[in-house]
Design a protein around this ligand. Structure first.
Ligand SMILES: [Zn+2]
Ligand SMILES: [Zn+2]
Length: 335
């Protein structure tokens, strides 16, 4: 019997889960961002301005879902603004339902990036969780992740390379739903933008998290939109259907290639995808599989035997331009 890892039913909706508007340090207005992304085939955009949670539900319609969110920062020296060589931690916090309109863990002290100070009066505050003092520590960061998670938010841990964070930091953060496996803005700035090794580090520690590719666009001088995205397989294009799929992990990440089908049957994982030069299976063991194109012919499907004792596996698809699609990790005990 087939077990679908990406649901068989529903449609794929293209999404960018990390973006900045002119309410913080981006250039485009929320409406202009909607137009830009819609013009490039996107159906979902998460508005994640720095440290201010301002929902844009008015932008949601039959062909577009505006997810409400913010990007919270922790500064290594707990002072603001930070200094160039200190560590930081950035997390995207996306509301699971459109009726969440209050900012969890608000603290005015952090509202200073770009135009944030000018717009802070638009924020509605959750009195029960504010003022929240953000302490840059394993416990401080995990505490905010937990509070937001319990309030129904989806948490992504962003761009560890830009943040100068390493194993000692990220392995001790508890409560994230996903790691940002690719950040297009970091790619354009020359940081390590692709983090499959960090994804494996966190998975091997037993945390069952997902992988998100995103733009983190600010739309300043360089075109930093439409480079990293997730394809969400959801029953319909409605806010809660989209976030339900996010919480379930019914999506994959990509910088180009598409994945059409992913399922397990008779202990074999099957994948169907757009034209690829390589498809690989990665696990937590010294056990991997990889097929490459031969004679210049693209590959569009693969079948990998799961005859190993691995705890999890995940699949990567690479196209001729070096772009990659990454599935989430699937834990074998659940299959
Ligand atoms: Zn950031
Ligand atoms: Zn950002």
């Amino acid at each position: 019997m087939k077990k679908y890892l990406l649901p068989n039913e529903g449609n794929f909706y293209k999404a960018n889960l990390h973006c900045h508007s002119n309410l913080s340090d981006g250039v485009l207005s929320p409406k202009e961002l909607k137009e830009l992304y819609k013009a490039h085939g996107y159906s979902v955009l998460a508005y994640t301005d720095h440290d201010i949670f301002i929902p844009h539900n008015e932008l949601t319609d039959d062909s577009f879902v505006a997810l409400s969110g913010f990007e919270a920062q922790f500064n290594g020296n707990n002072k603001y603004p930070g200094v160039p060589n200190e560590k930081k931690c950035h997390i995207c916090i996306i509301a699971g339902t459109p009726d969440i309109v209050k900012q969890t863990c608000w603290n005015e002290e952090y509202a200073y990036i770009g135009n944030v100070a000018k717009n802070k009066d638009k924020v509605k505050i959750d009195e029960k969780t504010s003022d929240f003092v953000r302490e840059y520590s394993h416990d401080g960061i995990s505490k905010m992740m937990k509070i937001c998670r319990d309030k129904g938010f989806f948490i992504t841990y962003n761009h560890p390379s830009w943040s100068l964070e390493n194993y000692e930091q990220y392995i001790n953060y508890d409560g994230m739903h996903a790691l940002e496996i690719f950040n297009y803005s970091c790619e354009l700035l020359g940081y390590q933008s692709y983090a499959p090794g960090i994804y494996d580090d966190i998975l091997k520690s037993g945390k069952k998290i997902f992988a998100v590719a995103a733009d983190d666009n600010h739309n300043k001088s360089r075109p930093d939109s439409c480079g990293g995205f997730v394809m969400i397989k959801a029953k319909k294009l409605k806010y809660e259907a989209i976030t339900e799929a996010l919480f379930n992990g019914d999506f994959y990440s990509s910088t180009g290639p598409e994945i059409y089908e992913l399922y397990v049957e008779d202990n074999k994982v099957h994948i169907k995808c757009s034209d690829a030069v390589m498809i690989s299976l990665t696990t937590d063991r010294r056990f991997s599989k990889c097929i490459w194109q031969e004679d210049g012919k693209f590959i569009t499907e693969a079948v990998f035997d799961l005859n190993c004792e691995c705890e999890y596996f995940r699949i990567t698809v690479k196209d001729i331009n070096g772009n990659h699609a990454n599935t989430n990790a699937y834990f074998t005990e659940a299959i």
